[in-house]
Design a protein around this ligand. Sequence first.
Ligand code: PAF
Length: 281
Amino acid sequence: MILVKTEKELKSSLVSSNKNRRLGLVPTMGALHKGHLSLVKRALSENDTVVVSIFVNPTQFDNKEDLDKYPQTLDADMGLLRQISNDLIVFAPAVDEVYKKEVRSKSYDFQGLDKVMEGAFREGHFDGVGTIIETLLKLVAPDRAYFGEKDFQQLQIIKKLVQIQKIPVAIVGCPIVRETSGLAMSSRNERLSKTTRNKASFIFKVLRTAKKKFGTKSANYVSDWVQGQFKEQADLELEYIMITDVETLSPVKRKQQNRKYRAFVAVYADGVRLVDNIALN
Ligand code: PAF
């Protein structure tokens, strides 16, 4: 396992005489859990060399407190990665190494994908994500880069980013990994008390039932039903429920046979913001 902190060290660790080497990248913000590890395992199974980046990207936080609270656990992360493979390259740069002149994001036209849900509630978030992912993709130049479907909107936006910036990489979306209770794995789960963590499993229960209902009911009916369910939960505050087309992320007006749909929620559990989503058909 190699830990590199600068662009120069990264470049020299990536020098290879094998022209056919397949290179995979797993971008993370650290505080690794089983969800991240599943991305790393998938990357290892499809590539000869895998880089895992660990970087808490300041420009994607719209809230300074959220950034300050974000766990930085490099030693523990290295330990978890070592359990999977000793062959990884871990790139953990400092903020100045990534944002050379100014800690500021570029501005992108994601053709509306960033205007709904997380984009509507977290100003500038996706410009920040786009900036760091474009930087990492250009530095590492991987054949494939891996992202979890828990942040499905982010995944679609990164697919759009590589298309508009013409970056030659395959973006691989990987299924959500869940705790036994059904709660989607997230670094934020660590901030929940045991009781709230149990209560938060309600989020996936509601999504699963919403999926069943979507088989026979309209998107509006299902959204209203989900809202009603959360109104009865004192400790869980629903920020949004949206049922959208998978490609355009625009709300479903009338279901069409040949389109794929997904339901997305953001929920506050004791002040901790959790997101989840489910494929509906
Ligand atoms: O999903 C994340 O952890 C981050 O948004 C990402 C993709 C690593 C960019 O900082």
